[in-house]
Write a protein that binds this ligand. Structure first.
Ligand SMILES: Nc1ncnc2c1ncn2[C@@H]1O[C@H](COP(=O)(O)OP(=O)(O)OP(=O)(O)O)[C@@H](O)[C@H]1O
Ligand SMILES: [Mg+2]
Length: 240
């Protein structure tokens, strides 16, 4: 259920890599219970935005508010403790650890590890349950991506940030990933997702932003964006 309360608010954010200005003054917000997507071409600044929100990169200007508190340039591990979890681009699982061990690593901010959360994740991502003792490095690409998502929700975050969860996956696995994200959202986790697969992302999301060369050029409800001619031509593969 979408609340009126704002969980994440980014204001006039600027981020650069040395002389390169990757993000040039963006504003965005995510309400509690929403799924919000950021669309954009390669190099638009999507990953930079997500990494700055979760404290992995420092901004040069602007502010970030999370759960009513200022988190601008707060250390990443402190932001995790506040209830934000980031599943990074690429499948970064610990290959020499089992599926179960990888999931337990995701719960490191919780005082005791939580059998109930583990059971919940296995229910949403049953493929992981079947393979709980298997080494993560031997999972297929899609299974590793599911594991990365599972690990990100082990800390029971208020906000789950996903950077291209369907990257490089076959269409049938993409469906499975999006279904899992929908279920996670229905379980009360707010989601901010970056996706190349714009159509699937907009079908899942409540609202979306389009990022072009470090600036937000369009924003609106998913329905508005799906029906927009400009978005259709640029991101949804429809011809003029
Ligand atoms: N570590 C870095 N050093 C210098 N420039 C960087 C660095 N990381 C990213 N950039 C530049 O910042 C810009 C935004 O990159 P970013 O990774 O945020 O894009 P993206 O939208 O996530 O792209 P993709 O869809 O390819 O993942 C790009 O021009 C990129 O070359
Ligand atoms: Mg990226």
């Amino acid at each position: 259920m979408v609340d009126h309360e704002i969980l994440l608010e980014v204001k006039k954010l600027h981020v650069g890599y040395g002389a390169i200005k990757a993000i040039k003054g963006i504003d965005l917000f995510v309400k509690k219970g929403e799924v919000v997507t950021i669309l954009g071409a390669n190099g638009a600044g999507k990953t930079t935005t997500l990494r700055t929100i979760s404290g992995l990169l420092k901004s040069t200007e602007g502010s970030i508010l999370f759960d009513k508190g200022e988190i601008t340039n707060t250390a990443a591990h402190d932001i995790v403790s506040l209830g934000m979890s980031h599943s990074p681009e690429g499948r970064k699982v610990f290959g020499t650890l089992s599926v179960e061990e990888n999931l337990l690593m995701g719960a490191y901010t919780l005082k005791s590890h939580d059998a109930e959360t583990l059971a919940w994740i296995y229910k949403i991502l049953p493929r992981l349950k079947e393979r709980e003792k298997q080494l993560a490095g031997t999972l297929s690409g899609g299974e590793q991506q599911m594991l990365a998502i599972g690990r990100a929700i082990m800390s029971k975050p208020k906000l789950l940030i996903l950077d291209e969860p369907s990257l490089g996956l076959a269409p049938v696995l993409v469906k499975g990933i999006f279904k899992a994200i929908k279920e996670i959202s229905e379980n009360g986790v707010t989601v901010l997702i970056v996706e190349q697969n714009a159509k699937a992302a907009l079908k899942l999301a409540d609202r979306g932003y389009v990022l072009e060369l470090g600036k937000i050029t369009h924003e609106g409800s998913s329905e508005e964006l799906l029906n927009s001619k400009v978005i259709q031509e640029a991101y949804l593969g429809k011809k003029k």
